[in-house]
Ligand binder design. Sequence first.
Ligand code: NAD
Ligand code: DAU
Length: 364
Amino acid sequence: MGSILVTGGAGFIGVNFARRSVPSMRRRVVVLDALTYAGNGSSLDGLLSDQLVFMKGDIRDTDLVGRAMAEHEVDCIVHFAAESHVDRSITGPDEFLSTNIDGTHSLLKAAKSAWLAGDGVPHRFHHVSTDEVYGTLSATAAPFTEEHQYQPNSPYSASKAASDHLVRAYHHTFGLDVTTSNCSNNYGPFQFPEKLIPLMIVNILHGKPLPIYGDGMQIRDWLYVEDHCRAIELCLEKGVSGEVYNIGGNNERPNMEIVEKLCTMIEERFAADATLADRFPDCPAAHGKSNMSLVTYVADRPGHDRRYAIDYRKASSELGYEPSETFETGFSRTIDWYLAKEEWWRSVMDGSYRDWLEKNYSTR
Ligand code: NAD
Ligand code: DAU
């Protein structure tokens, strides 16, 4: 068996995939990552070895990808690399189109040329995509199935939709062996503190405003990141070429419920551990106050999708997928990780990130 190329393996889900899935794989894994603001080499600390190799590089560089594939005899690509934050796609869509569309096409071209020349070699290209390609749901609509019409509403989701179509086209036109997974909102360790859950945790600890977009009643289907990684392993093991699998967490919640839960769970931890008040003196819970006092309603995200929900019955019946973490257990593990890994989140929140947040919140 050849090596696996994991693109975007220094980002949130890619790092969790490397930590959870690589040790059992008994084959070399090459992480290719451009280390944008969202990627952190330090997240792979302690993992790098002969089995897990890191390469800094851009997926849009087809020659570089081709050389890496030849050097490491890659026969499988798990493609995470992307620009992933919806708000950034609204303020600066160009990078999303370039990385998510051109970058995916660059990988497909490299894969086609490495794997389909002559008699071809057994291979698999797994594309990691999102439920946002399906657009938004009303409160009573049935969850997204794999047959749901594509109706992307943000530059981010439109770029992911385009990448899904390219993957599909390379399968149908050239015979590339591909699978695609479209999953819901991930949460867990190593998530950059610009997405809802880690942003709220860090802001609560610092006593900063908790920005709630619009009425805060938008619904997401929260998926613990390790459950998602297990689903990807199942796609690689049992997924049928050309097929798409929706992956969900069975955990639909409005944003306000998420924020309330985080506020309460952090208060409980402060009550149980006096050292937390010393470490985070600006947190309301350090003074016996409610963390919910930080909630601040701000202008809504333009084009904000109201509800996502995933029907994962296909992944369940064909791959044996079921999420294992509940709202309670997944949130506990996540909060405890952020409390224990203060050094990690402080190190990734550099000046450029703070500048971006301040600029964008002040214009809302
Ligand atoms: P992330 O933003 O945390 O990480 C993305 C990684 O890709 C970073 O390490 C970054 O350095 C790297 N990258 C970006 N541009 C690159 C380029 N041109 N070349 C090489 N590397 C590049 O993203 P994530 O949350 O880990 O998401 C991973 C994938 O899963 C994405 O494709 C995203 O669309 C998809 N997805 C994410 C979620 C979620 O909730 N986070 C849900 C559904 C789907
Ligand atoms: O559904 C899958 C998608 O989930 C992925 O494809 C994306 O890569 C990922 O970023 C995520 O997109 P969302 O836009 O749903 O995630 P985000 O964490 O940015 O926002 C979650 C919800 O919380 C959304 O309704 C917007 C709201 N929100 C977010 C932030 C950052 C707030 O109310 N305030 C905030 O400060």
